[in-house]
Each structure stands twice: as C-alpha cells, then as structure tokens.
Design a protein around this ligand. Structure first.
Ligand code: MG
Length: 524
C-alpha cells in the first residue's frame, strides 16, 4: 500500500484524454448535479488508478526482473498525473462546492468526504518535503537490505533517525489534535488515534497475555506439527486451492483470477475485476491454503460492492483495518475451524495422498499451532498481536516522544522478551526484520491487529443473526456468510468512515474482548 512518498509530486505533465463512453458507465446512484459533474471529472483519476493497479499487479505476477526500472518510471508518471488532476483548482472548487450542499444523499456525502480527504492529504506536503522523503526512503531501503543481510544495525540506524524526523514533520504538515502519531495513524486508518490503539492493546496486554501463557503451559495446543515438514507438489496444491475457491463460489474467469506471487496479495482493478495471488513453497502447505483463503476474504469485500458505485471513489473497501477484518474472518474464523478441516480433508487426500496418514483433526491442530516466534510473518493467530503491540509501543515513542535509533534495538528486544518470552539473538531477526520503517511507513502496523480483533467481533455478531458459523461451513452454506458480510459491510463501500460503518452495521465500536473470548473458547 501507499506510503507517504508515493502520494504526490508537483511536476506538470500534459496528457491526452480520450472521450468518455457515456453508455459504458452512467453514474446512477448520484442525482445531485454538482456531484455528477464531480464524478465525471473524477473518472480521469479513476482511470489512472485503474491503469496503475494493472501495472502493479503485472509487476508482482508477470514482469521479468529487469523491467523494474521502466515500470517504476511509468508508475511515477501516472501518480504525478493523478495527483495533478486531484489538485486541479477547478476540481478542488467543485469538491468545495459539493461540500456546502445540504441536501446530499449518504452516497453523495461519501463521495465528497473521500475526495476531500484525498485532497487534504495530497496537498499537505510541500514539494521539497516529498522530494526529501522519496530520496531518503529509497536510500534507506537499500541500507536496510544490506544491514539485514549483514546483521549490521549501524548501517541502517542513521537512516532510521532521519526517517523518524521526517515522520514527525509529516505529522506537523497533516495536523493533529492530541498527538503527532495520530496524524500518521489517520493516514492508514481514517479517524484512528493513539488513544484508540492504546485502549485496544491495553486489553490485549491485560487479558490476552495471561491466556497465551496458559496455552503455552498446557499440552492441549501443539506448538509444532509434523505436517509442517511434509513436502508437496505445487500442481497438486494448486488443485486443492482451486477446489476450495470453487466451494466458496469464487467467480474465477468471470470476475477474478488467482495467480502466484512471493507475497500473496489482492488487487481490484474495478468492481468486476478483482485478482488474488497465493504462494507455493513446496512444504508447510497451510501457508498456501490459508493465504488463498485470506486473500479470498479481501477479494470478496471488493466483489460484493454495490455496482452503482463503479467508477466512483466510494467503490472499494473503506480502510486497511476493515479490509483486513474481512481477510482474517475467512482465514481464522472459517479456515481455521474444525468444520473447515473436515471439509477439505477429502480434497487434500485426493490430491496429496500422503495426507491420508493423518486425520481431519490432525489438519485442524496443524492449522492451529501456537508458539512464540521471533518473526512476525511466521506468527500464529494468538501471538501475532504481540508482535504488533511491540511495534506500536516503539512507533508511539518514535513520533510522540522522540528517541535515538541507537536506543531502539534494546527496547525491541526487551519488549519481545516481556511479551513472548523470547529474545532475538541478531538484529536481522529483531528490529531489522520488517521493511516498513525503511519505506517511511510509520503508523501502518496497528491496522493488522484491528483486522484480527475485528474479525472475531464480526463473527460473534454474525452468529447472533444466523447461528453457528461452523454449522454453515459444514453444510457448505457459504452464501449465508457472504450475504451477512455484504449486508453489514461490503455494500457500503467507502460511504462511511470506519468507526461510523461499525456503529451502523454492528452497533458498537471495535472491542478486543470478542477476540479474547474467541481465543478462550477455541484453545482452553
Ligand atoms: Mg491481508
């Protein structure tokens, strides 16, 4: 996703604009003349973002290695164009005019809110700052790679000091009420504040930590499983993934595709073209299956959009946290359930006969091991939140209080030991493991935990409405689950900001206690 650096520059580019085919996309849900005019103009920006998504997908899935240089230039130019269209004075004036109209529908108000926010963020940073950030982060990323490879933190520390300074500057440009870190959080999750995240992790620390300790001290939940070592054939696992997606009713070939990439992701070119990727490493097949199921959850959010929002800025998931709640819902609540293990067991046996030596219950426990690991991306459902907690504590100090990069490794190691009882022996498996800070991305991590915690909350609400999710999975009634998600979350697109969406759809704000209950019920 975008970091600050990719948002804007101030160059001027002339671009040839083709005519818009009126029939191909009349904007139906919107009646106000000013909003309709706005959306007509917006279509240029939409088209650039569409093209840029295609280029980004192609880069990860198809592009030969050396295409990267020309591709980066093309992407850079497109982002300049879209920035220029967004900040075009006539466009900004139109957005301001629409903002002052009282009689707008909810959808129209959504359009105005999303565009105003885009304009505000894009116009906050002076060009010198954008240039400095872009140069610093690209050099910092190279330094980070070398530092991680050689386990030499000193190579990265001076860059991290500069990035922390730039983060504080960015917060000042954006503006904030209580803490500078609030401004950075808001860029990734509209309306999110330091206080919100503190409250969320307060519950994780006080209630989930004792549960984790209890799980680890008992024998019920395995810490590892022999199936992690089982080698598999990629073609066989591809067939397993396709059968699972077919069972979900994924519209392969009609409105979607699945491809392979090193880091699985989902991208939407539009409402009717949503693509996912997964990975095949040849062993530990749950990584491939659960990645597929995770990305399916992201894709479903986009596929179940209201089609009337096509070509508008309110088509598509509203925020990173809400998006992640959808992927985590399918991965954790559906994919890690006993009923799902039972459902896919015959599929697995058919394509990978060695699995016949194990039972469906073995598959279940293999999918649900819990063990502290130093690496975030290897973490299980329970320990994962503590990895994010450590990063949040550090980011908060970086931006709200200030600290020298040289002091950070000790802080990281102490927090890891306190939370997970393990201490990194190298920088590479400690503070240097993630690329985010080198990219200048500070404030992103908490959205991962929001997704995980919210998925359990949505599951509890869904069960109140439609009964046991496990029973639905066992009966292959995925339509009931999909309809509930469409009704409560997907059909709104980005009309409402995340907090308001939750209030409307489930009548309450994010509450981590649901996740704590989920862990208690599942593991103890
Ligand atoms: Mg995800």
């Amino acid at each position: 996703m975008s970091c600050v650096a990719s948002r804007c520059t101030e160059l001027t580019i002339k671009v040839y604009l083709p005519c818009i085919d009126e029939e191909a996309g009349d904007i139906m849900a919107f009646e106000n003349d000013t909003v309709r005019e706005l959306l007509e103009k917006y279509r240029r920006i939409w088209a650039i973002r569409h093209a840029s998504s295609v280029l980004g997908w192609d880069m990860e899935v198809n592009m030969p290695k050396e295409g990267i240089m020309e591709r980066s230039v093309a992407e850079g130019e497109l982002s300049v164009m879209s920035h220029e269209f967004l900040l075009d004075p006539s466009f900004v004036t139109l957005v301001d005019k629409a903002k002052s109209i009282d009689a707008l529908s909810e959808e129209e108000r959504g359009v105005v809110r999303v565009l105003s926010r885009d304009i505000k963020i894009s116009s906050s940073f002076p060009p010198e700052f954008i240039r400095e950030l872009s140069e610093t982060t690209s050099r910092a990323t190279a330094a980070w790679k070398e530092a991680k490879e050689k386990n030499d933190y000193n190579k990265f520390a001076p860059w991290l000091d500069r990035i922390m300074d730039l983060g504080k500057k960015a917060a000042d440009y954006l503006g904030y009420d209580a803490y500078p870190y609030d401004a950075l959080l808001d860029m990734f999750e509209e309306g999110l504040t330091t206080a919100d995240v503190e409250k969320m992790f307060g519950t994780i620390e006080s209630e989930l930590k004792p549960l984790l300790d209890k799980i680890l001290s008992e024998d019920k939940v395995p810490k590892e499983h022999p199936l992690e070592k089982l080698r598999y054939n990629t073609e066989a696992m591809q067939k397993v993934n396709l059968e699972i997606l077919k069972m979900f009713g994924f519209p392969l070939g009609q409105r979607s595709r699945i491809d392979v990439s090193a880091h699985p992701f989902t991208t939407e070119f539009g409402v009717k073209d949503v693509r996912i990727t997964t990975r095949y490493e040849g062993f530990d097949f749950k990584r491939s299956i659960l990645s597929t199921v995770h990305e399916y959850g992201h894709a479903l959010y986009e596929l179940q959009q209201n089609e009337e929002f096509m070509f508008t800025p309110i088509a598509g998931g509203v925020s990173l946290g809400i998006h992640e709640s959808q992927s985590r819902f399918w991965e954790n609540i559906v994919g890690r359930s006993m009923e799902f293990a039972e459902l896919i067991y015959p599929i697995l046996k058919k394509h990978v006969p060695e699995i016949g030596k194990y039972s469906a219950e073995d598959i279940y426990w293999y999918f649900n091991t819990v063990r502290p690991d130093l690496i975030r991306t290897e973490a299980d459902v329970v320990t994962y939140n503590f990895h994010i907690l450590v990063r949040f504590k550090i980011e908060k100090i970086m931006i709200n209080e200030g600290i020298k990069a040289s002091e950070l490794p000790a802080l990281w190691d102490d927090e890891m030991e306190k939370m997970l009882g393990i201490r990194p022996k190298t920088y590479s498996e400690g503070i240097l493991q993630d690329i985010h800070w080198a990219h200048g991305t500070i404030g992103y991590f908490p959205t991962y935990s929001i997704g995980t915690l919210l998925s359990a909350q949505l599951a509890a609400h869904m069960e109140r409405d439609v009964g046991s999710i496990g029973e639905r999975v066992a009966a292959r009634e995925f339509g009931v689950i999909q309809s509930w998600l469409r009704e409560k979350i997907h059909r709104y697109g980005s009309i409402y900001p995340p907090k308001e969406l939750l209030k409307r759809s489930i009548g309450e704000e994010l509450n981590p206690k649901y996740f704590v209950d989920y862990v208690k019920k599942k593991y103890l």
